[in-house]
Design a protein. Sequence first.
Length: 242
Amino acid sequence: MFAYISEIFNSLQGEGLYLGVRQVFVRFQRCQLHCAYCDTPDSRSITESCRIERTAGKGDFKPGKNPVDTKELEKAIANLWTSSTKHVSLTGGEPLIHADSIHSLTLEYPLYLETNSGFPDQASKIKDMISVASCDIKLPEHEPTDHYNELLKNELETIAILKENSETFAKIVVLPVTTQQSISPAVEGLASIDRDIPLILQPVTQKEHVSPDLLFDLMDFAGEKLKDVRVIPQTHKMMGWL
């Protein structure tokens, strides 16, 4: 099997419940969404080349060619694994687009899936392989698609599927214009699956400022339905990590 890769490198997880954990990141190309705040727009489309870190954490990349054979991918991951590394982060772009390639991997390392949750059928193919699932839920103000209700339905279905076998949490990016009304369908949907699913509210990493008052208001609103609501920013952006 082959997959289209943007980059492979070793760094620290910068967001979510596993903040600060060292991982090997495999960033897949292609994404079906076009979120206004996207911080990896270059990975939305396919290119003929990728880059692969030579030495874990050094940023000393070498060029590679797409698509990448899964055996070559496995070798690159093994080369970047260290004694403190805990997971292989499958990110993007959108990794579920490449579920067949992921399913063909024969890795001994735990897999950490970072997904926009838009492909429940693809999630079903690899649900038994995933140790941790970080699942985005988009909001209308993110402008992710022209078919928002369908996307939200798919996201909630994907979360329910992955939760069967994986440690699963949800993440919502908060914009200055986000309201209780805009997060309500996501919160209600999560609660209908399981009130114990952790929800991360992530202030958007842009020049726009998300006020503490707004974050506290949204936390309390979500906390009426869910047992574990946290605010965690994108720390890798603050620290200048890959």
